[in-house]
Ligand binder design. Structure first.
Ligand SMILES: [Zn+2]
Length: 417
């Protein structure tokens, strides 16, 4: 039985900020491990290294003013006195704007995408600035986030960068200074993040494994109950269920760490368990669930017949869910990259109905009944396939999906496996 109250209680218990690699993330991992053990099963914590840093200086100033900024984690340090260079606001990363970037510190819109960063490096920018928040919110309601320059970007060339609020970005563009100075001083080193793993052996086909994943880390300022405490506790209920109702095939539960930092936990899992990947017949991933207003969704990164299977099942049991074949940006990706079919379940809140990655990811827009309903449907689906006479999902990855997966993981065609 899925226990609605037990599920909700665990969600409240892990509803604190759990940044990948932090001691709070470790604490959440221990709670998950203890919960598995209290149910009478073994749980293992598997560690992997992630980047960490101590920021000593992060500064941006013009001739008139100093702006509040955070330094990009892991970016290059400037020299001690900072880097002074002309300022340029790049509104879009096409040729016209890029022609103006050489030797400048460049402000860009939106999230710093891989492609944009690559172009900035090629255009010989010497530093960069990003911003976040909403102008309609007051400054007090706008957190100044820390952002990380991920390794994939650093490999293109490591530039010093800072992050500011949208309010300050507008001020800076209005000020339009000729020159600005940024100063970043940080120490970088490694710390451990971790996955939590529990297994229940199959009684008929122990060599065929269904792997459940959900990330349990969150981002700065976010309690991460919707994203993805929700998926983590759904996985725990499924664990309890299959412990009481022994499955025909082996089920393994992986609560992934550091997903928000670039799927680091699931990538580490796939890398460290290369030898058992051939036994994995399906990955069931859950990422975001529980909003009162929202839509349940199943995204299949795998054969089209699995989309139909879920669609028919939903009709049979009377569960409203949108199904489609696509990629899903979560811990399923390292598995599908190894040609293991995956389905990601989620209940999305629409615009204005739910929040992720900020201080508003809180219980106020969620309901235990919705979390229960999603868990219940995932259970019905999982139980069917796990206990089926012949496993109904072919272990294959259609060409249209392979293409999308490669694009998502930024593989060049010549690197394709
Ligand atoms: Zn998530």
């Amino acid at each position: 039985m899925i226990d609605e109250k037990r599920q909700w209680d665990l969600l409240k218990k892990i509803g604190f900020t759990r940044i990948g690699g932090s001691k709070e993330e470790r604490q959440a991992a221990e709670i998950l491990k203890q919960t598995v053990e209290a149910a009478g099963n073994e749980a293992v914590i598997e560690e992997f290294e992630v980047d960490w840093q101590k920021v000593k200086v992060a500064l941006l100033k013009t001739a008139n003013k100093e702006y509040a900024v955070t330094g990009y984690y892991q970016c290059a340090n400037t020299d001690e006195n900072g880097l002074t260079a002309p300022f340029y606001y790049l509104s879009t990363d096409n040729e016209v704007g890029l022609k103006n970037c050489e030797g400048k510190i460049v402000l860009v819109n939106d999230y710093l995408r891989f492609k944009t960063y690559e172009k900035l490096v090629e255009a010989k920018a010497v530093g960069f600035i990003t911003f976040s928040g909403e102008l309609r919110d007051s400054r007090e309601d706008t957190d100044l986030e820390n952002r990380e320059l991920r390794q994939q970007l650093r490999e293109k060339g490591n530039l010093p960068g800072v992050h500011m609020t949208v309010h300050d970005a507008m001020q800076l563009v209005l000020e339009n200074p000729e020159e600005i100075t940024i100063n970043i001083q940080q120490e970088t080193f490694k710390v451990n993040s971790q996955n939590v793993i529990a297994e229940i052996k199959g009684k008929v086909h122990p060599n065929e494994t269904i792997i459940f994943t959900a990330h349990y880390d969150s981002v700065q300022y976010s309690a991460g109950v919707y994203d993805n405490g929700a998926g983590s506790v759904i996985l725990m209920e499924l664990h309890h269920y299959f412990l009481e109702n022994k499955p025909a095939r082996t089920v393994r539960f992986v609560w992934c760490g550091s997903e928000e930092r670039g799927l680091l936990g699931s990538k580490a899992y796939v890398k460290d368990h290369e030898d058992i990947l051939e036994n994995i017949v399906l990955n069931i991933n859950v990422d975001v669930a529980g909003p009162v207003l929202g839509t349940d969704s199943a995204v299949v990164t795998g054969p089209k017949c699995l989309v139909n299977y879920i669609d028919y099942l939903a009709k049979e049991v009377g569960f409203e869910i949108k199904t489609k074949q696509d990629i899903y940006s979560s811990d399923n990706m390292p598995f599908v990259d190894k040609k293991i079919p995956a389905v990601s379940f989620a209940r999305f809140g629409g615009l204005g109905q739910a929040y992720i990655h900020d201080r508003h990811d809180q219980l106020f827009f969620m309901d235990s009944k919705n979390l229960y309903r999603t868990a219940q449907f995932v259970k019905v689906f999982a139980e069917r396939v796990i206990n089926s006479y012949v496993f109904p999902v072919p272990r294959e990855m259609p060409e249209n999906m392979v293409k999308k997966i490669d694009e998502y993981l930024n593989k060049k065609p010549q690197e394709k496996q």
